[in-house]
Write a protein that binds this ligand. Structure first.
Ligand code: GLN
Length: 337
């Protein structure tokens, strides 16, 4: 007969229970910051002129747990361009407005395996734009947003949803919006090609403009960590305590992120990091660990696929230090200490 202590250990092993403390998380965030701070490599996005001029040394990490506790280090209150991370937020909005089935049917949930702005991907899958997390699907998502035909009403819906998810307001960086609007020729082609395939459900120019505007929103790493924690927490914002979206939509959005969050590098990212995450060319990375936490990191220099070099390293370092991975099979419990 095993004694109580061995029995407990056995139960723990069988259920793969893993307990981590607040101070372990805080330490992991601080160490990751120190270790990654001086990483060089990559360069700022330059196809959007405004982004080319952002200080490449900015760097911040923020983690928000599903109980609302936040640990931040570095430039976590700096407002950078949210860019493609915005695709996740508006995907949530159309999931809310139309439901999971309609989003699957009208946009899709597949990876393209190609760069974020690929026109080739649209030609290959001419019956749907694949996923709301690449440019094509994100423009389609903007076209779906209700109220149809009402540019201002649609924008209100988009930006209010940002506020609900992030727990505080976010505004467009006017200069970035202008810079993107003046140079978004590839996205204009995408929008009109989608129109050709009947995958734009509102005015084409309006849908493209809404997409460009949402990419130009200034966001902080701490806001993105709260947004990620809201997804990790089944739609309940752990800071404002408001239920932003229905619990059953959380696995849908995390699935989309897992499939294509890093575009053509998503498989490598999932394999090496253990956490679904979405990147943006403004330098942001937003990771979702379901039931546990949201992780956000920001640093402008990007790799060839348009993903922040330092932010990737930072998120990976945190996961490694805490020995976490969503496929590890652990039942993770976080306790205050
Ligand atoms: N606004 C950018 C674009 O459409 C967003 C791209 C990104 O962040 N990957 O090109």
């Amino acid at each position: 007969m095993p004694n109580v202590k061995t029995e407990n250990i056995l139960i723990k092993i069988l259920t793969m229970e893993k307990t981590i403390t607040h101070s372990q998380i805080k330490q992991a965030v601080e160490e990751a910051y120190k270790e990654c701070k001086d990483i060089t490599g990559g360069h700022n996005a330059d196809y959007i002129p405004f982004l080319a001029n952002i200080d490449p040394n900015l760097f911040g990490i923020s983690v928000t747990l599903t109980d609302g506790t936040t640990f931040s280090v570095g430039d976590t209150e700096y407002k950078f361009g949210i860019e493609s991370v915005s695709k996740v937020l508006t995907a949530i909005l159309v999931l809310k407005q139309f439901g999971a089935e309609a989003v699957l049917k009208q946009i899709g949930a597949d990876a393209t395996g190609l760069p974020f702005n690929s026109i080739f991907a649209i030609l290959l899958e001419n019956d749907h734009p694949s996923t709301p997390l690449v440019n094509a699907g994100a423009i389609t998502a903007c076209s779906m947003v209700e109220p149809k035909g009402d540019s201002w009403g649609k924008w209100e819906a988009i930006i209010n949803n940002f506020t609900d998810l992030c727990g505080s307001e976010a505004q467009v960086i006017d200069e970035l919006y202008k810079s993107e609007s003046d140079t978004n020729f590839n996205n204009r082609s995408i929008a009109w090609l989608l129109k050709n395939y009947n995958r734009i459900y509102d005015d084409v120019d309006m849908s493209l403009d809404l997409y460009t505007r949402q990419c130009s929103v200034g966001i902080t790493a701490s806001q993105l960590a709260i947004c990620a924690a809201t997804i990790a927490n089944g739609g309940l914002n752990p800071v404002t305590k408001s239920q932003v979206f229905a619990r059953e939509l959380a696995p849908k959005i995390t699935t989309l992120i897992s499939a294509v969050g890093f575009y053509q590098n998503t498989g490598d990212w999932m394999y090496t990091s253990g956490i679904p995450a979405k990147s943006g060319v403004g330098g942001g990375v937003m990771g979702v660990y379901p039931g546990v936490m949201g992780v956000a990191a920001f640093a402008p220099p990007l790799d060839d696929a348009g993903n922040s070099v330092k932010a990737q390293a930072a998120v990976k370092a945190i996961m490694k230090k805490l020995d976490l991975g969503i496929f590890n099979g652990d039942n993770v419990k976080v306790i205050a200490d």
